[in-house]
Write a protein that binds this ligand. Sequence first.
Ligand SMILES: Nc1ncnc2c1ncn2[C@@H]1O[C@H](COP(=O)(O)OP(=O)(O)OP(=O)(O)O)[C@@H](O)[C@H]1O
Length: 247
Amino acid sequence: MAPHTQQLTTAPAAAAVPAVPAVQLRGLTRSFNGRTVLDHVDLDLPVGQFTALLGHSGSGKSTLLRAIAGLDHEVVGSGQLTAPERVSVVFQDSRLLPWRRVLDNVLLGTDGKEAAAKGREALAEVGLAGRERAWPNELSGGEAQRAALARSLVREPELLLADEPFGALDALTRIRMHVLLRELWERHRPSVLLVTHDVDEAIVLADRVLVLEEGRIGLDLVIDPEVPRAEYRERLLAALGVTSDSR
Ligand SMILES: Nc1ncnc2c1ncn2[C@@H]1O[C@H](COP(=O)(O)OP(=O)(O)OP(=O)(O)O)[C@@H](O)[C@H]1O
């Protein structure tokens, strides 16, 4: 994916930050049919950070991720978006092409013998060694998501965007995928933005959790591993308006 800096209209000067972030948004706005979904969003994602983005259904999480991915060509308003050159996106559905074998799916858009070796290596990393010649319909849901992760890895992304990648998986598979994603992140250290509606998934995986509300980042929590996760859980549930009465 090409590097993209979209100067949407004139933007106020960005606040000084200590290091160049992987992603920088200033005043990003998106409306659909006159309804504002993202309202002048400002956000920095530091290089190598694992960030989760929470929010109610319809709060604009996917819209924000698509804008950062450069998949939304109609982002309007005053603002600026800067993102790295190599971006991979993983969705809830693996989006494997059914007429290509698993390795060929992983290698899509790459070329050369070196790429093929990297593809095999990536499949081994996600636990799919030996399944290179399988067809997508021979994979379970979890295996298909593993293949999708391998496809994203092969591009050596500086930024990995994941839109509810485990949303369709059963609870046990989801836990195994959490472990895998965290391992892959520790090994390769891309900057990660994970969209999820699952508070526990966000706290278990991410170093920072954002809550999108009313078109803006309403809460921005850096997770300190020394602090019990339950404390973050309570704060996040409260920010999402989930009280103990409603649980
Ligand atoms: N292409 C589109 N055309 C019209 N409205 C859209 C479009 N894409 C998104 N929206 C609207 O924007 C709002 C935010 O959608 P988005 O998919 O970003 O929410 P979300 O937080 O990811 O939700 P969910 O958790 O349910 O996936 C929704 O009200 C949705 O209907």
